[in-house]
Structures are given as C-alpha cells and as structure tokens.
Ligand binder design. Structure first.
Ligand code: UDP
Length: 239
C-alpha cells in the first residue's frame, strides 16, 4: 500500500485515527483500552486491538462480498487498517434480535427473550449526553442526517443483520444485538467503525456463554479468551 501514515486526527476510546498522504484515506490503529458505562469503567483487554482489527476486517470483507458498502480498504498489519475517509454520522444504529442490556432494562423484557421481530434503535453519538436514545424526529431536529441517509442506514443495518445472523449460526454463535456506525464518503453512506465483540453481543448457541464485551462490563472473567474464541470460530486463527 503506497500511502503514508501522517498526523493523528482523533483518538477515540478503542481506536486512533490518522490522516494519510491520500486525502481520501484514513489510517486506523486499534487499541487494547476498554471502556464501559459511558467511560466510567476503564480497563485493558490484552490483545483486544489485534483481535478486533482481525474480526472487523473479516466481517467487513464478508459484507463487501454481499454488496454492503464499507469503509475498509485494507488491513495493514495486526493493529492497523487503511479505510476510506468519512464524515461519521452522529447516530449509532443498534439492531436487536434477542432482548439484552439496555433494552431489557428499559422495557422489562428479561435478557434472552427472543424478540418477535427485529428491533432497530438510534442513539445520539454524544459522550457528554451519554449517547441518549433518539428517534427520526430528533435526528431531523438535530440535523444529524437527512431522511434519505437514514433510510440507507436502516436498510444496510437490517441487511447486515440478516447476513451476519445466518453466517454466525453456522459458527454456533447467536447474534443477540449489535451497534453500527455509518460515514459519508463522496456523498455516499457507507458502513464505518467496527464490528467486533466490543460492539456486538455473541452467545454460544449451545451453552449460552457470553463471548463479547459483557464479560468485561459484568466482570465475568476470561474476557480475552472470549474475543479469541470469536476470531477462532470466524477464521480458524489462534493468536
Ligand atoms: N453498543 C456499542 N456501543 C455503545 C452502546 C452499545 O457498541 O456505546 C452495543 C453493545 O455492545 C450491544 C448493543 O450495542 O451489542 C446494544 O447495547 P445496549 O443498548 O444494550 O447497551 P449496554 O447494555 O451495552 O449499555
């Protein structure tokens, strides 16, 4: 890859973003830092950066192959990717198949309840406000995206759900819920950020064991092992 990594643009909770010699491309570095509960819980998950880089790359390539536009250009090494430069849409899109986490808390469905239909939710990506739940009206009032852009986000999110659910079922993993972020690149809405155990709930189909960040959030132990297990089931790779 001919592009050079230039100055850091931004440091998030899980990744750093750098400019490159090509204005259309960014350089991403995945970190081992882990946070939960709006940054109130902090820690490190050993090798998380490597694992999430590999897992995200695997999912994004799978999705690209099924016609979903993503920001991924190339995985550079264990911790780094080159991606298309996007302006992130400040709406986090959550897709849910089975009740868990904040949904169980908010509407009282016990964790593990199969939802009779897929649930789509939007959250305002704003740390100071604690990422509040919002709807299409709020998105228009805050001018976070156009109705057309949100239609594309929703369509992609539901397609990603169908593709990943089926794919993961074969790997004996239930996709409980997940969060997506989108970016605008040359006027087009594309999938950005990551898809990893940080942003999804994965449960073993047989044992219902949690193989995701809930192990960190809830102090369940074996956090790194769970992320490794996901990579192994997806690609056969052990690190
Ligand atoms: N999620 C995420 N980032 C966030 C909030 C949620 O990636 O800032 C993911 C989370 O891992 C889960 C899904 O979105 O797979 C739904 O999370 P929920 O709303 O239940 O919130 P939580 O219980 O994590 O507070």
């Amino acid at each position: 890859m001919g592009v050079q990594k230039l100055e850091q643009l931004y440091e998030g909770k899980a990744k750093k973003v750098f400019k490159t010699s090509d204005p259309d491309l960014y350089w991403i570095e995945y970190k081992d830092d882990a946070t939960a509960f709006d940054g109130k819980k902090k820690g490190t998950i050993m090798n998380k950066g490597v694992l999430n880089n590999k897992i995200t790359t695997h999912f994004f390539k799978l999705l690209e192959g099924k016609g979903i536009p993503t920001h991924l250009v190339e995985q550079i090494n264990d911790r780094e990717q080159v991606v298309k430069a996007v302006k992130i849409v400040l709406v986090e899109v959550v897709v849910r198949n089975i009740a868990a986490g904040s949904l169980s808390k908010r509407i009282g469905l016990p964790e593990g309840t199969m939802l009779p239909k897929t649930v789509l939710e939007y959250y305002y990506k704003d740390d100071a406000l604690g990422d509040p739940l919002i709807n299409d009206y709020h998105i228009q009032v805050l001018d976070l995206a156009t109705p057309e852009q949100m239609k594309v986000c929703a369509e992609i999110a539901l397609k990603v759900n169908t593709i990943l659910r089926e794919y993961l079922k074969d790997k004996k993993i239930d996709l409980i819920d997940f969060k997506l972020e989108f970016g605008v690149h040359k006027g087009q809405v594309i999938l950005a950020d990551e898809i990893s155990p940080d942003t999804c709930r994965f449960w073993d189909v047989e044992t219902r064991e949690k193989l995701d960040k809930d192990r960190f959030r809830r102090d369940l132990g074996n956090v790194e092992e769970a992320y490794k297990e996901i990579l192994k089931r997806l690609t056969g790779e052990t690190i």
